[in-house]
Ligand binder design. Structure first.
Ligand SMILES: Nc1ncnc2c1ncn2[C@@H]1O[C@H](COP(=O)(O)OP(=O)(O)OP(=O)(O)O)[C@@H](O)[C@H]1O
Ligand SMILES: [Mg+2]
Length: 411
């Protein structure tokens, strides 16, 4: 029996689907829900074999539901129902990890065939794999080149300047704008925040890689990474600070080398002091993003950081200065910073507690939750600076909210 969960905000659509499927003796509708959040709760409760979801829904849309399920409940694959002309949604749904799409209006046969196909594929993957490995979203649009990934370290001498937020949002924006494969590594080993920022299942982390049982190779790395938004693969920091000691600089080197083989970009978030891990990654990185703020202590620390990088013979060309939390009340302006640090500012990110607070509370990157916000535009600009040739920087994605209000389909 294939147990199905139907998620759609239109009750007549739910009823019709249920009626259509009642004739199939191998498919059982285990439950229905009327928005993504209800759907998520129902999925956790019912553990369905397949989740069939609409895209446009209030509270939480089908894309967010797909993304969340990919990381929290990879054993429940998602089929998305959408209307013709929602290509951008389809692309995002695919990156979020949806297995199949049904374009409305679809026939009874198409529906049943899609459900059986997804179910059989899931069975083939084997119970073990299905229960232990996170869902693999479909390959991103752009084919992966054979060149090893570019490693970008997000670093600052000062704590709390926004490294983790910038690393997270940069990773998601890079995946969206370039279609490349992106890995995000949380090397703030004691107090890593990326798991909570992206609301990821923390059952696996770098700890599982270094415990010595299976070695570090593409397979073991593939098994411990969590799937974040837009298919970004996240290697989380240990779940508890005392476990950080298990990780050595040698481990970090091996993990990064492995990730470089399988991805196009490896973004590394770091702790704010000069740990041996940071030194290791500084050496491996093609780019170091130095994050600072417009305050006197932050500028002082940025100056020291740049000095350290210089003394480590890091090429000035590979350093990008990112100024965060820019507002009208700052101690400095951009010009005075550039003069004082003798480094150009690559991008300024505005201070926006409303947008950022909301995204953090929802466990989403702000570039996805609020694509229209200035902070998101700044991150896209940063992507365009990093990969001018590949990033579709001008392509400002239409806000999910705006689209949803059009109340497109099923209506
Ligand atoms: N542009 C911004 N606008 C408003 N608030 C911001 C902005 N950037 C960062 N913040 C706030 O600062 C907090 C710290 O950000 P974040 O955790 O990314 O810093 P960090 O440098 O990684 O810190 P740590 O050194 O502790 O790891 C965020 O939780 C957020 O509340
Ligand atoms: Mg941090």
């Amino acid at each position: 029996m294939i147990r199905l969960l139907i998620v759609d905000d239109i009750s007549s659509t739910r009823d019709n689907l249920q009626k259509l499927l009642s004739f199939e003796d191998d498919i059982e509708v285990a439950g229905t829900a009327s928005d993504g959040r209800e759907g998520l709760e129902a999925a956790h409760r019912l553990q369905p074999d397949i989740v069939l979801t609409d895209v446009n829904m209030p509270v939480m849309d089908g894309i967010q539901l797909t993304e969340t399920l990919a990381s929290e409940l990879p054993t429940s694959p998602v089929i998305i129902m959408s209307v013709q002309g929602e290509r951008d949604y389809l692309r995002r749904a695919m990156q979020a990890g949806a297995r199949e799409f049904l374009i409305k209006p679809f026939s009874h046969d198409e529906l049943v065939a899609a459900i059986r196909r997804v179910y059989q594929l899931e069975q083939k993957k084997g119970t073990f794999l299905a229960k232990t490995a996170p869902a693999q979203p479909d390959a991103p649009a752009a084919p992966r080149s054979n060149a090893p990934a570019e490693v970008l370290l997000v670093f600052s001498g000062k704590g709390g300047v926004g490294k983790s937020l910038i690393a997270t949002n940069l990773a998601v924006a890079l995946a969206e704008q370039t279609g490349g494969r992106v890995a995000l590594v949380d090397l703030d080993l004691q107090f890593g925040d990326i798991g909570v920022m992206l609301n990821l299942d923390h059952s696996r982390s770098i700890t599982e890689l270094v415990d010595g049982s299976s070695g570090i190779d593409d397979e073991s790395v593939g098994e411990v990474v969590a799937t974040g938004p837009s298919g970004v693969k996240v290697l989380l920091a240990p779940i508890s600070p005392e476990l950080a000691d298990l990780v050595t600089a040698e481990h970090v080197r091996t993990v990064i080398a492995e990730l470089r083989r399988g991805y196009d970009y490896v973004i590394v978030d770091s702790a704010s002091h000069l740990t041996e891990f940071n030194l290791e990654v500084i050496e491996l990185a093609q780019r170091v993003l130095v994050v600072t703020a417009l305050t006197i202590p932050a500028i002082k620390d940025a100056k020291l950081t740049l000095k350290v990088l210089e003394s480590l013979s890091v090429d000035a060309e590979s350093i990008m200065l990112v100024v965060n939390r820019v507002d009208g009340y700052a101690d400095f302006n951009q010009e005075s910073i550039e003069q004082s640090l003798r480094t150009p500012v690559a991008v300024s990110i505005p201070h926006d507690p409303r947008v950022i607070g909301d995204a953090i509370t929802r466990g989403l990157p702000f570039v996805t939750a609020h694509p229209e916000a200035e902070v998101s535009r700044a991150i896209r600009e940063l992507v365009a600076r990093i990969v001018p040739e590949r990033a579709m920087a001008a392509a400002v994605p239409e806000s999910g909210d705006r689209k949803r209000r059009k109340g497109l389909f099923g209506r």
